[in-house]
Design a protein around this ligand. Structure first.
Ligand SMILES: Nc1ncnc2c1ncn2[C@@H]1O[C@H](COP(=O)(O)OP(=O)(O)OP(=O)(O)O)[C@@H](O)[C@H]1O
Ligand SMILES: [Mg+2]
Length: 112
């Protein structure tokens, strides 16, 4: 099992969610986050002055999935969340030791 953690543009979230459903990923945790990538935020103009927006609002999606599904999830997110501009987001893949469904005590992929 792997946790796929994707930090994407908030405006792309609904479409990403729909596309993930279509490949069988229903369970997820979604958080509003703030962050920055390698551009360290963005510079904007306002009333002739330049100011830097350091931390940009994004949406984080966390899904724990069975190994064979990981590449499909990554491909789906990269396709649907992509605008081609800087700041489209990032995906991290983290190994997961175990999962437990509290109600039934089922473990591993059965608990997903
Ligand atoms: N190395 C990192 N560690 C933790 N979070 C990160 C890292 N890189 C990016 N993020 C998170 O992902 C969000 C989107 O990053 P972003 O898409 O700007 O990455 P990037 O590396 O700057 O790529 P790009 O050049 O396409 O903008 C950031 O706002 C931040 O929340
Ligand atoms: Mg960036």
């Amino acid at each position: 099992m792997k946790k796929v953690e994707a930090i994407i543009r908030t405006m792309r979230f609904e479409d990403v969610k729909t596309a993930l459903e279509a490949i069988g990923v229903e369970s997820m945790t979604v958080t509003d986050v703030k962050g920055r990538g390698k551009q360290k935020g963005i510079t904007q103009q306002w009333r002739g002055a330049e100011y830097v927006v350091d931390m940009i609002p994004k949406t984080k999606i966390e899904m724990v999935v069975d190994d064979p599904l990981v590449e499909k999830v990554v491909d789906t997110i990269c396709t649907v969340a992509n605008t081609g501009k800087i700041g489209d987001g990032k995906i991290f893949i983290i190994p997961v030791e175990d999962a437990i469904r509290v109600r039934t005590r089922e473990r591993g992929t059965t608990a997903l």
